[in-house]
Design a binder for this molecule. Sequence first.
Ligand code: THU
Length: 132
Amino acid sequence: MNRQELIDIAAEARERSYSPYSHFAVGAALLCSDGAVYIGANVENASYPLCMCAERNAIYNAMMDGKTSEDFLALAIIADTEDACSPCGACRQVLSELFPRTAPIYLSNLEGDVKETTIEELLPFAFDGGDL
Ligand code: THU
């Protein structure tokens, strides 16, 4: 599966976003080494802190199907942003624990802009279990 195909799946996942409060729909698609793709979209709640981001839903969706970090190959994220959509701090923290340090993360938007990065770049000097 190429980069654009994974981004297209993230765009489809975005259609499932439940975002009646922010009206900001985000989609994510996580490619695993066996070829499986797990999707996520943001799911909001009237109690705002309970909102869950698309990226975390995709990672957790894969884990609930028995996948682990070792299976994760690439992640695509998409939203209707001016520049390619960048993950929030909470998602960076979760990705830094559960997503391989140097695996590609494709940040994208509906205009076709794509930025390729890694969690190492997005969250340098991360706090992790080794600090406890
Ligand atoms: N959101 C994501 O799904 N991913 C991010 O990385 C940024 C924010 C969602 C959370 C909330 O539902 C909406 O976007 C506005 O913050």
